[in-house]
Design a binder for this molecule. Structure first.
Ligand code: ADP
Ligand code: GLC
Length: 484
């Protein structure tokens, strides 16, 4: 066991300051839970323009750092709703642009993303390996996803370095740039090799984390296995299986301050397991809000998420089309690829009374859908962990999921055996085919019509413990057992 006191947790987004997906939920919760457990944790984020706007008061300027020909200021704030000290890397590359952290309004990646996230990575490595004006060096450098991979690689070049942990939230995003970018960034030539950042003739930021980290984690045990094989490993399965002894799957938890139906301020009516009858008030309020028929006698199916291939849109579209002719209603909230947005809009135009499509990023609506829907659809092609199915379970909104990644690890299919044992929490199918999703959805709708069975499943789902405390314990054990 090694002493661990200081942890630098580095990410490209963290709720509630800046969020595009589940990474923000994790980075906005796990560091604070670790802090509450007694560690001295700092969260390091880029000082994006949108993030700075969201701060309740102006941040304190903590230090000016210079490294590798760059100069940044480190600003300090407290992550809203927590007591977590958050450090922001301030530089024009981050602050002089409004909008999404990764891409423009048309979905095209910012052309200088390599420079932006290399700067974040360099700042993290510098703080972790040098005596700086911050007078604080971590025992553990914990980086997340491709934006921070080079930080691990650079830290490993230093004479004195912290132990390093790299968490994969989504292997599909590798941070790939061409050789010219690698040269322009002035990265050490020794990184241009297979056991470095080189990836099939290009440069991949995520490899910095995968090759060099003392320990790699990902966000569910099943995804940890899937990425050691093809196709889950997406060309990195060789490297990941080589590193299998240092690869661990730790399930994400739920931020129970934000996602709790008993005290969720976004809901029209709060409820818990003892007052489940109140859940239906959320359903009628949402039907009204979205212009659907206000009906109790047909199930309401919900989807919230990025409208991208990963989330199973190729399965959802044909299934919704079939559902339009059955007594069911569907509500979709998401933003993403134009082809999916357009197809959904076209379907909604045909039957606005039973299908509502909201193409927006809307937190209140996301909470309301979790509370109002009876059934939640999450037929992902792959899913490292997935948070929406966890929120659904917590809200008694039974999920229909594909048996992949974290979905397989968190939802128990309503087989006869599981129903008898009282362990069933949802509906699981195996193959990525519309008919299989349709069949699983049909099973869910049939179960919904059997109220005693449905109620029992809801209570089992709501009683599941997906608290962060348990997962944070696993990270703490990992930090302590890690050696250089
Ligand atoms: P991923 O990180 O792959 O997008 P997760 O299920 O882990 O998937 O997390 C997605 C998070 O983003 C959830 O908190 C979800 O509620 C939120 N989210 C996704 N799309 C939207 C949206 N359009 N409006 C509001 N919240 C959204
Ligand atoms: C990624 C994954 C998602 C996971 C989230 C947080 O965005 O797609 O499955 O829940 O990261 O770890």
């Amino acid at each position: 066991m090694n002493a661990v006191n200081r942890v630098l947790f580095v990410a490209s987004e963290a709720y509630p300051l800046i969020k595009t997906g589940g990474l923000a939920d994790v980075a906005g919760t796990l560091p604070e839970v670790l802090r509450q457990g007694g560690l001295d944790v700092r969260l390091l984020l880029p000082a994006y323009a949108d993030l700075l706007q969201r701060l309740e008061s102006p941040p304190e300027v903590l230090a000016e750092l210079a490294f590798d020909g760059h100069a940044v200021r480190i600003l300090q704030c407290v992550l809203p709703g927590t007591s977590l000290r958050t450090w922001l890397v301030a530089h024009p590359l981050f602050s002089e642009r409004a909008g999404n952290p990764y891409h423009d309004d048309g979905g095209n990646p910012w052309s200088d993303n390599a420079d932006r996230f290399m700067l974040l990575s360099r700042a993290a490595a510098h703080i972790s390996t040098c005596d700086t004006a911050l007078q604080w060096r971590p025992d553990i450098l914990h980086c997340n996803d491709w934006h921070t991979g080079p930080a691990i690689a650079l830290a490993h070049l230093a004479q004195k370095r912290p132990r390093t942990v790299f968490t994969i939230h989504n292997l599909a995003h590798m941070g790939i740039f061409d050789r010219g970018v690698f040269d322009r960034l002035g990265l050490p030539g020794q990184f241009w090799q297979e056991q470095g950042l080189e990836y099939y003739g290009q440069c991949s930021f995520i490899k910095g984390g995968l090759v060099f980290a003392d320990e790699i984690t990902t966000v569910s045990p099943t995804y940890a296995r899937e990425i050691c094989e093809s196709p889950g490993g997406m060309g990195l399965e060789g490297l990941l299986s080589q590193r299998r002894d240092h690869l661990l799957g730790i399930l994400n938890g739920i931020d129970s301050r934000t996602w709790d139906p008993a005290r969720d301020p976004h809901l029209v009516q709060t409820y818990d397991a003892g007052s489940l009858q109140h859940k239906s008030l959320n359903k009628s309020a949402l039907q009204q809000q979205l212009g659907l028929q206000v009906r109790e006698d047909c199930p309401l199916l919900g989807f919230v998420g990025r409208l991208v291939e990963q989330k199973g849109l190729e399965l959802i579209l044909p299934v919704i089309e079939q559902l339009l002719d059955s007594p069911a209603q569907v509500v979709i909230l998401g933003t993403g690829e134009a082809r999916y947005e357009e197809a959904l809009q076209a379907l909604a135009a045909r039957r606005p009374d039973v299908l509502s499509v909201v193409l927006a990023y809307d937190e209140t609506l996301a909470h309301r859908i979790e509370a109002a829907a009876d059934i939640f659809l999450m037929p992902s092609l792959f899913e490292p962990c997935g948070l929406n199915q966890l929120y659904s379970l917590r809200y008694g909104t039974l999920p229909v999921v594909r048996a992949v990644g974290g979905l397989a690890d968190t939802v128990v299919d309503a087989t006869d055996q599981a129903l008898d044992a009282g362990t069933a929490t949802g509906f699981v199918f195996a193959l990525p085919q519309p008919d299989d999703l349709l069949h699983a959805t049909g099973r869910a709708i049939a179960a919904w019509h059997d109220q005693p069975v449905w109620r029992a499943m809801q209570l089992t789902a709501m009683a599941q413990d997906f608290s962060w405390q348990r997962s944070a314990e696993r990270y703490l054990e990992l930090y302590r057992s890690t050696t250089e």
